[in-house]
Design a protein around this ligand. Structure first.
Ligand code: G4P
Length: 195
């Protein structure tokens, strides 16, 4: 997605060969106009998939997920990483290990909001090792719901998550795929165009 790639090139900061800082529009401050374009793009890619719920993981997934859900005309649920005082009972839960942060979170979603007749679009801000998507998919399986696919804002193509998910037959739609952050340079992976 051209506008997103331009924004990453203008405002992204390469912190190391594996970490990109995008605090100015995605992970801290949020650019609502760009989020709307991102939401519209996800909605159009999954327009004919009969989506009934959008599911994400707090916190940075919430903005793109909400804008996608707005365009699709369905509710958005964010899985929590910490147990909520009012959400103690009736939860679907899964363990998500973050290789980046070296920590495990137990994610949870109330049974009130996901059921066997739901068709779910997962949205996340980053795809690195794929563990968040796998954890959210486990929650979907526990609910007996079905997964339409995963929409990712920025995929780090040089890490294993995308391959792992696609090998499992999960449809992954990434709006920007970074192939390298070496030498402080952001390089995008572009699809080969065949005419
Ligand atoms: P995975 O789900 O694909 O396995 O990813 P991983 O555990 O490695 O990522 C853990 C957290 O780090 C996630 O945020 C993810 O968005 C973020 N992350 C991973 N790589 C990068 C990167 O290169 N740049 C930035 N900015 N973030 C990255 P989180 O803990 O869920 O944080 P938040 O959603 O509360 O902001």
């Amino acid at each position: 997605m051209e506008q997103l790639e331009q924004k990453i090139l203008r405002e992204g900061r390469v912190l190391s060969e594996s970490v990109l800082k995008v605090d100015s529009f995605l992970n801290h401050q949020i650019d609502p106009q760009l989020m709307q374009q991102i939401g519209d793009e996800f909605a159009s890619r999954f327009a004919s998939d009969g989506i009934t719920k959008v599911l994400t993981l707090e916190s940075s997934g919430i903005a793109p997920a909400t804008l996608a859900a707005l365009r699709l005309g369905v509710p958005v649920i964010f899985a929590r990483k910490k147990t909520s005082l009012t959400l103690a009972n009736g939860l679907y839960t899964a363990e998500v290990y973050s290789y980046t942060k070296k920590e495990t979170n137990t994610i949870s979603v109330s049974k009130d909001y996901l059921s066997h007749d739901d068709r779910v679009l997962l949205i996340d801000d980053f795809l690195a090792n794929g563990q968040a998507v796998l954890g959210l998919n486990e929650v979907i399986n526990q609910a007996g719901a079905s997964l339409a696919g995963a929409g990712v804002v920025i995929e780090k193509g040089f890490q294993d998550g995308g391959k792992l998910l696609r090998e499992q037959g999960i449809r992954v739609e990434s709006l920007a795929i970074i192939s390298s952050l070496q030498n402080k340079t952001i390089t995008f992976h572009r699809e080969e165009v065949t005419v």
